[in-house]
Design a protein around this ligand. Structure first.
Ligand code: 4NP
Length: 156
């Protein structure tokens, strides 16, 4: 059965939908085949398209993410996904705290560091930032998702 990966941020409109879309593109390039989704720890933006600034920046980098819609993380996500990647430590702690009795917390982690094997990175929240911050998020996510694909290939 296909492995299921979930990407999580706060709003599911900036970082995690981009992570999902980058993984969709890169898994094909790397010959991997996962079921993918993304979610937000908050439901503030449920049902919305990714943030207009994220969509514009992704498009500038050749990626159309307008098909995605935000949803809130639900307890069942801990059951049905094999790995859950949070964009920053706050997202990770929020899930850990809300589900402290869960037997599935080992599925949670940050994304891998692009160069340092075994280390992790946080993707900074660009919501109150500038265009340069959105570009930084795109570049950081591209490099980290590429490292993630390489990890899956070497662990298979
Ligand atoms: P995201 O960014 O967690 O990467 O989707 C944010 C989106 C919305 C808000 C904060 C961060 N907000 O405060 O509404």
């Amino acid at each position: 059965m296909k492995k299921r990966l979930l990407f999580v941020c706060l709003g599911n409109i900036c970082r995690s939908p981009l992570a999902e879309a980058l993984m969709r593109q890169m898994q094909t390039e790397f010959g991997l085949d996962f079921e993918l989704d993304s979610a937000g720890t908050s439901g503030y933006h449920s049902g919305e398209q990714p943030d207009a600034r994220t969509r514009a920046n992704a498009l500038k980098n050749g990626l159309d993410i307008s098909y995605l819609r935000a949803r809130q993380f639900v307890p069942n996500d801990l059951h049905i996904f094999d790995r859950i990647y949070t964009m920053d430590r706050n997202n990770l702690l929020d899930i850990q705290k809300a589900h402290s009795e869960s037997e599935h917390l080992h599925k949670l982690s940050l994304l891998p560091h692009p160069e340092k094997h075994g280390e992790y990175i946080e993707i900074p929240d660009p919501y109150y930032g500038t265009e340069a911050d959105f570009e930084q998020v795109f570049q950081l996510l591209s490099r980290s998702i590429s490292a993630l694909c390489k990890e899956f290939i070497s662990n298979d």
